[in-house]
Design a binder for this molecule. Structure first.
Ligand SMILES: Cc1cc2nc3c(=O)[nH]c(=O)nc-3n(C[C@H](O)[C@H](O)[C@H](O)COP(=O)(O)OP(=O)(O)OC[C@H]3O[C@@H](n4cnc5c(N)ncnc54)[C@H](O)[C@@H]3O)c2cc1C
Length: 394
């Protein structure tokens, strides 16, 4: 595999670099930024990114995207991470990263006209209504029903773990339209306005103390038939595309390399007696060396997926491998960081003496969810074992 950029790719990387250097507000740059405390600056930055057409790097130009190649998108994300500027997901959110591309592929012209421009303008937020209390890994077993009634579908059921449902105007919902066929064949995809009568959203706090996801209940919720996305009962196959798009967005090898670098610098600065701790515990040095190597491996796995996509190939178990490896690596890096930091490592964001402003303590708690969201590590292992290694199903 050739890791060098072509001269055009290098020129594009420099363009992104110079743009961030010149235009990105200083308070959004660096390792200690809390975006939620700088929403004003983030919106200002969003406008500047929009002026370059880079809010939706992957979308076709006809829908207002930048129409970037796979390699350009990768360079764009990588340079943003290297310069510690807000990641593209903070600019566009789930609507740009996952929902918009799904609507572009499967939506009607009317749906595209209605929903794509407000997503690009940052006027609407979306959530993804897949998981239910009894259906996560086995998503196709979901029970939320959508029953046709005249010009409407009537929806009853419950979703769970719905990220940002409390801030969203719309949900892309997967519901059962035919209970009498094999489970994968009776599902359909819908656009549901979150202010529809009968929709109730209840918060769920995660163990890192932040309110990201929710439970959403549907009680006789009526939506017009025009809100069906794609064909009735083909929802499963469309949702698989959404999950592919989601998994290819998860994971940031550059961020992991930077985390390791931050921890090493923390030790070298002897902050919280880092040097002393590493001298007393040779195992810690070895651990840091391993994390450093693993972050390089994560980068190689990501590059493999990107180079396959750039050649028009569709990564399959390779995307699962990088998701699995990177998300578990997040946990290992946070574990090592907390060992290096000793008792101080337990101090969280906002605490005066928290090392690295509590970032690693937050990652320690939050990274547990990394190995669940977008499909658990066990499911990714199954995919690698079956599709990658050709082993039989259990
Ligand atoms: C932070 C976060 C955000 C999320 N956001 C959303 C969202 O926006 N929208 C949404 O719809 N969902 C969301 N989810 C839900 C997520 O997709 C599910 O939690 C995930 O798919 C696992 O499903 P489950 O929780 O029902 O666990 P289960 O499927 O019940 O799994 C329980 C355990 O059994 C294991 N297991 C299950 N089946 C197998 C198997 N065949 N082989 C081996 N092991 C198996 C699993 O790996 C897991 O360890 C989010 C989850 C998290 C953590």
């Amino acid at each position: 595999m050739d890791f060098r950029f072509t001269s055009e790719e290098e020129a594009f990387r420099k363009e992104v670099h110079d743009f961030i250097e010149k235009e990105c507000p200083k308070e959004l740059r660096g390792k200690d930024v809390n975006f939620f405390q700088n929403v004003g600056s983030l919106l200002e930055w969003r406008k500047k990114v929009a002026s370059k057409g880079w809010v939706a790097p992957a979308w076709p130009k006809e829908y207002g995207g930048a129409g970037m190649s796979v390699m350009e998108q990768f360079i764009y994300s990588m340079e943003t991470a290297r310069m510690r500027a807000p990641a593209p997901i903070f600019i566009g959110g789930l609507a740009v990263a996952v929902i918009g591309p799904t609507i572009i592929i499967y939506g009607s012209e009317e749906q595209k006209k209605e929903h794509i421009p407000p997503i690009l303008a940052g006027q609407t937020m979306w959530c993804q209504g897949f998981s239910e209390p009894g259906s996560g890994s086995d998503l196709a077993s979901l029970q939320t029903r959508a029953v046709k009634d005249g010009d409407d579908y009537v929806i009853n059921g419950q979703k769970i773990w719905t990220t940002l449902a409390h801030m969203s105007q719309y949900m892309l919902l997967l519901a059962r339209t035919d209970p009498d066929v094999p489970k994968h064949k009776g599902l359909s995809y819908f656009i549901v306005p979150m202010n529809s009568p009968g929709v109730t959203t209840r918060p769920l706090m995660n163990m890192a103390g932040s309110h990201e996801f929710n439970e959403v209940f549907f009680e006789d919720v009526r939506i017009p038939t025009k809100n069906l996305v794609g064909e009735e009962n083909r929802g499963w196959y469309q949702a698989v595309t959404t999950l592919d798009i989601e998994r290819s967005n998860i994971g940031s090898a550059v961020g992991q390399q930077q985390s390791v670098e931050d921890i090493v610098n923390f030790v070298k600065d002897n902050a919280g007696n880092g040097v002393t701790r590493v001298k007393q515990d040779a195992g810690l040095r070895a651990e840091l060396a391993e994390r450093y190597l693993e972050a390089q491996v994560a980068m190689s796995l990501s590059m493999r997926v990107v180079s396959m996509q750039a050649k028009g190939m569709i990564p399959n178990y390779e995307a699962s491998a990088v998701k699995l490896y990177s998300m578990e690596l997040n946990q290992r890096i946070a574990n090592t960081a907390l060992r290096v930091m000793g008792m101080y490592g337990q101090l969280g964001r906002g605490a005066k003496w928290a090392p690295l402003k509590g970032r690693q303590e937050f990652t320690y708690l939050r990274s547990v969810a990394n190995t669940i969201e977008g499909g658990t590590s066990e499911i990714q292992r199954n995919i690698v074992a079956q599709r990658g290694l050709g082993l039989p199903r259990e």
